[in-house]
Write a protein that binds this ligand. Sequence first.
Ligand code: RP5
Length: 170
Amino acid sequence: MKTSDKFLVSVVMGSDSDLGVMEESMKILKDFQVPYEVVLTSAHRSPERTADFAQKAALRGIRLIIVGAGAAAHLAGVIASQTLLPVIGVPIDATALQGLDALLATVQMPGGIPVATMAIGKAGAKNAALMAIRILALTDEALEKKLQTYIQQMARDVERKQANLNATNP
Ligand code: RP5
């Protein structure tokens, strides 16, 4: 973990085996030029490191925490219990239950400590970053404009794909 106050978003994961999924969050944050850090910590294998990270994140200038975890995925909830920052959870398909275990563990927080839970896997990791960007864009006009451009580009892509379909299926 790099300690710096220049990062706005922490991308946290429970294991380096989660990296392939969580890279989807990093790609989006990089594209939008949102400064982020990557943090490896586990709720059960390194509980003290996890608590230390969560308790100090806001003081270091972090505004949002994205957390990916698989299996009995309590990492997002544990982090949310030790910070007032918004926590966005990404359930990861890491077991024979194909992410359903992580989805339920992440989404089913008892009332009082929220975790904003995304879809299982890569789509969830991508949307976690886009959700973080939407929240940051509430107070950042330049980021809001980038978000509008991104959304317009998606709409243009659909039209382009329609044109391609038309060309190959006259
Ligand atoms: C969770 O257990 C991690 O988030 C990971 O998804 C899963 C498996 O971890 P490894 O055994 O691959 O390190 O804590």
